[in-house]
Design a protein around this ligand. Structure first.
Ligand code: HEC
Length: 195
């Protein structure tokens, strides 16, 4: 089954109920605001993704994967700050197999959305949920380019010096062993505005 609007609304209601139990707030989002925030989330993630890609691929051209290791980091891209300020939101990436320990799945919503993103029969596109009166946008990130595999592919295919540097910077790295087009993570955009 395709993720229909009804399903998204059901997910939304589930999360509203979850957070209602914790906190007695309105947690209501009308269809129009939902569509608007979904579009904003999509625009923000697309811009952040494009900027990251430009940084990583530019660095790869300049000095190969070893040099580029520090460029697949949201903080390396100035656009993240300007998007966060402009839209009053926090932009991050989370993953079950994370490289940076800061990027692990943290909240119950992260885990539920991850479980959905992993499903092959009902592929997740992007969605918005309300968690404790706040809207959170999620979108799957895939290893869409061969270049991703230079740092996230099977260990034996990663250049030795690059792998050593990754191990030094991220001793608990879980983000290797990927094939092309696998689910690598989720964009997570938390809007500050309360509902
Ligand atoms: C040159 C090496 C390199 C390349 C190429 C690369 N990455 Fe990364 N990736 C990293 C590093 C290093 C981190 C940890 C960044 C941090 O500290 O936040 C990371 C983190 C991530 C994360 C955040 C979750 C986590 O594991 O911490 C995602 C998602 C991700 N990469 C996706 C991709 C995708 C998709 C591509 C291809 C378009 C790609 N990466 C290409 C090195 C790379």
């Amino acid at each position: 089954m395709k993720p229909t609007l009804l399903f998204l609304i059901a997910v939304h209601i589930c999360f509203s109920m979850l957070s209602c139990r914790q906190k007695d707030t309105k947690n209501e989002l009308d269809v129009e605001s939902y569509a608007k925030l979904l579009k904003t989330g999509n625009d923000i993630s697309a811009q952040a993704q494009a900027s990251l890609l430009a940084h990583v691929s530019g660095a790869m051209k300049q000095g190969g994967s070893l040099y580029a290791v520090e460029f697949c980091n949201l903080k390396a891209s100035s656009i993240t700050d300007s998007l966060s300020n402009h839209f009053n939101c926090t932009i991050s990436r989370v993953s079950e197999k994370n490289r940076n320990p800061e990027n692990k799945l943290k909240t119950e919503a992260d885990k539920q959305l991850w479980a959905w993103a992993k499903r092959l029969d009902d592929p997740m596109k992007d969605t918005l949920v309300i968690v404790e009166s706040q809207a959170v946008y999620y979108k799957p990130i895939r290893t869409g380019l061969m270049a991703c595999l230079q740092c996230h592919g099977p260990v034996e295919t990663i250049q030795v010096d690059t792998y050593e540097k990754l191990q030094t910077l991220y001793p608990d790295d879980l983000a290797t062993g990927y094939q092309l087009n696998e689910l690598r993570g989720l964009w997570k955009i938390e809007f500050a505005q309360e509902f």
